[in-house]
Design a protein around this ligand. Sequence first.
Ligand SMILES: [Fe+2]
Length: 228
Amino acid sequence: MAYVVPRRDARTQSEGVVEGYAQTGQRWPAQPLARRPHGLSELTSPRVTPRLQATAADLAGQGAKRSLGQLIDVRARIVDEDGAPLAGAMVEIWHCNAAGKYIHPNDSNDAPEDLNFYGAARLITDRDGKIDLRTIKPGAYPVPDTDGWWRPPHIHFSVWGRVWLSRLVTQMFFPGDPLNELDPILNAVRDPQARSRCIARFVPKAGDALVYEYDLVVRGRAATAALP
Ligand SMILES: [Fe+2]
């Protein structure tokens, strides 16, 4: 039976070309999509070797040296449309340091680097679909060549499915940040409920780090919006 591409929900997913967000003009297809047969490179999957099976990571420091910033624990759960956990899914995470600087040569932001910060992780969800990330809260950063657009603090997530073709790339935001309301990327999702699914929950809890919980839904009506 032919695979039917699910219809994209324009309200709960990101809008195509967004005013004030110049890159969307190049990213969004200008012509109708063409169907092409899937080959091996689409239908094979990430190979999870034992070395890759960590379910938790610490980006907040190397040994005794901790990166600058507010220590946080992000407890993420990857689930399907029925809330069933996705076990063994490969999840990639990256974010900037507390000053708003990425570990990447293309980052032109004039903010300091942090040599004790490790900006990315690749994790595999446990049997409950969970991964744990200890890190520092990322800073806001200005978007180059815009009229005062600052990205709110956010963490990038990429979740791989059973084949390379199956991937969800999105961003996790922090509750209560005033920049959330102004961000063209988050607000390209028109439905407020769908937007709120992109924002983590703060969990009041005594400990050495602030705790955030985040559910990422990979498909269905309440699927987490894909955000580049
Ligand atoms: Fe970012």
